[in-house]
Ligand binder design. Structure first.
Ligand SMILES: [Zn+2]
Length: 327
């Protein structure tokens, strides 16, 4: 029984030793892990002289500075440089650059800029060589439409219907056009027509336009631009100037034809007494008129001026003006 007790004690102490060993192994494992992380003390001296001791797991100078939120100013430099890996108990010193260093840095920058200029030139050379890239030619056949033309046919007499009537609908034609097309860098640069073959002739649209028999419309087409002159002729004295148009009211007929046979024109035609030969030029209020007509009431010192519409003739009314003989 006693012996058993001793055995028990022995087994307990073995268990304890094993437990302690396990704990020891666990702790040393943590230590090894920590050592792998390489946590180290680094001394950083700032440009203003301030010193700081930091603990870091980083090795590269740039990473350490970044971790501690230390930003280098343009006029500052770091020793060792930012790409250096630092060991335990390392030291990072930030100082201001000397004037000489700044100058050499500026030169280096200039060189970089010069290099980029070279790049630009190379780019330009690229553009130029592209512009001189080979020109390719292709034959291209296109089917194009030919627009139809609209032809009007005047029907002078007959109906007073003024609406236009389409006698034939137009239809677009088709043609096959062959081009020689020059391409450069897949872009069309020149196109020359080689041939054009009509596949389908266009059909003209024919519109019948009925001439208007309405008096006023017809007479307005016979107006001419007034001819004025500063030339003075032989003064014939004051005449009574009246107005008329080609209507039945004014003339008793509505053909628009004057006694001379010429078609009456506004700003041009006047009716004058028989002592004035047809074709005689008379100047009234600066405008040159031609005697082309006669009138039953036109005698003595009376002249009738032709107007393109009855309303215009009415509006003119009766005037007295000096008449000059021009020819
Ligand atoms: Zn009239």
């Amino acid at each position: 029984m006693l012996k058993n007790n001793d055995d028990e004690k022995a087994s307990i102490s073995v268990k304890r030793i094993l437990g302690i060993c396990l704990i020891f192994l666990f702790i040393s494992g943590i230590c090894v892990f920590a050592a792998n992380k390489q946590v180290k003390n680094v001394k950083i001296t700032l440009a203003n002289g301030c010193e700081m001791n930091i603990v870091t797991s980083k090795t590269k100078v740039a990473d350490i500075l970044d971790e501690k939120h230390i930003i280098l100013l343009p006029e500052e430099k770091v020793t060792p440089d930012e790409d250096t890996n630092i060991g335990a108990n390392g030291e990072i010193i930030i100082t201001e650059k000397s004037a000489q260093e700044e100058v050499s840095e500026l030169i280096a920058q200039d060189t970089n800029e010069a290099n980029s200029e070279e790049n630009k030139i190379e780019l330009n050379m690229d553009t130029i060589s592209q512009a001189y890239s080979p020109i390719t030619e292709k034959i291209l056949v296109e089917v194009q439409t030919i627009p139809f033309e609209t032809v009007t046919k005047n029907v002078a007499n007959g109906s007073t219907n003024t609406t236009d009537k389409v006698l034939q609908e137009g239809k677009e034609g088709k043609k096959e056009v062959t081009y020689k097309v020059k391409y450069q860098n897949d872009a069309e640069i020149e196109r020359t027509e080689i041939s054009s073959v009509v596949i389908e002739e266009p059909v003209d649209k024919i519109v019948q336009v009925r001439a208007v028999t309405n008096r006023s419309t017809r007479t307005t087409t016979t107006a001419s631009t007034p001819v004025t002159t500063s030339e003075s002729g032989i003064s014939l004295g004051t005449y009574k100037i009246t107005a008329y148009c080609g209507c039945a009211k004014c003339c008793g007929k509505s053909t628009g034809r004057t006694a001379s046979g010429a078609y009456a024109r506004a700003n041009h035609t006047i009716a004058a007494p028989g002592n004035f030969a047809f074709g005689t030029k008379l100047k009234i209020n600066g405008v040159v008129y031609t005697v082309e007509d006669r009138g039953g009431a036109i005698n003595g010192k009376k002249i009738d001026v032709y107007f393109s519409s009855h309303s215009a003739a009415i509006a003119f009314g009766v005037k007295y003006a000096n008449v000059e003989l021009l020819n």
